[in-house]
Design a protein around this ligand. Structure first.
Ligand SMILES: N[C@@H](CCC(=O)N[C@@H](CS)C(=O)NCC(=O)O)C(=O)O
Length: 204
């Protein structure tokens, strides 16, 4: 049995969607950020970094969203959630790692500036740059990565669940999605998927 540790609206929404896409038998365990449960001894024993997602599997526990997405795709090969061709798989990984290492980090400057500085004025300065940085990322995704209609082209993949999460964040971060028609179309298409409809109520 697989257990996904998640908090509402976080990066964990991506593997949550993908587990549904795969038709997986899994349990979703809510980590209550409101009660700082991510810093509890019980949760730190699962993920010493105090972050979600974490995926508890029979083989061990995995953290880091791109690794979790690729693992889910690999244990459910029939669901065809990652490209089979090795170069295309590497491209899908490149996209997911861009989201994790660059876009997610830019987004975190809005509410988690204290990770980088204790100076509250400096934290406000970091916050001020979030819309511009996230808009730059949207431009890269729109013009460089998103092949359409799905990230990797005609076939839905693990990248799409992750982009859906990031697009939700972009909206909240002040990115004007009207400037990004391909991302907007992708967001609408994601909202029609059964997997997204099923898990969204757990993330509101
Ligand atoms: N690099 C990690 C980042 C995970 C991460 O930062 N998750 C956030 C939620 S989106 C979190 O758990 N934050 C809790 C905290 O900062 O206390 C990944 O891609 O999975």
């Amino acid at each position: 049995m697989i257990t996904l540790c998640y908090a509402k609206g976080t990066a964990a929404l991506a593997p949550h969607i993908l587990l549904e896409d795969a038709g997986a038998d899994y349990t979703a365990r809510l980590v209550d950020f409101g009660a700082a449960e991510q810093q509890s001894a019980d949760y730190l024993a699962i993920n010493p970094k105090g972050r979600v997602p974490a995926l508890i599997t029979a083989e061990g526990t995995l953290t880091e969203t791109p690794a979790i997405l690729a693992y889910i795709a690999q244990i459910f090969p029939d669901a065809n959630l990652a490209p089979g061709n090795r170069f295309s798989f590497a491209q899908a990984q490149a996209f997911n790692i861009y989201l994790a290492a660059t876009v997610h980090v830019n987004h975190a400057h809005k509410q988690r500036g204290s990770r980088w500085t204790d100076d509250t004025d400096a934290q406000a300065t970091l916050r001020d740059k979030v819309t511009a940085n996230m808009t730059d990322c949207a431009r890269i995704i729109e013009h460089h990565y998103l092949k359409g209609p799905w990230v990797m082209g005609p076939t839905y993949s693990m990248c799409d669940a992750y982009l859906f999460v990031i697009t939700r964040w972009m909206k909240g971060d002040g990115v004007n999605l009207d400037d990004f028609p391909a991302i907007s179309r992708h967001f609408s298409a994601m909202q029609e998927r059964a997997s997204v409809r099923k898990v969204m109520s757990m993330h509101m």
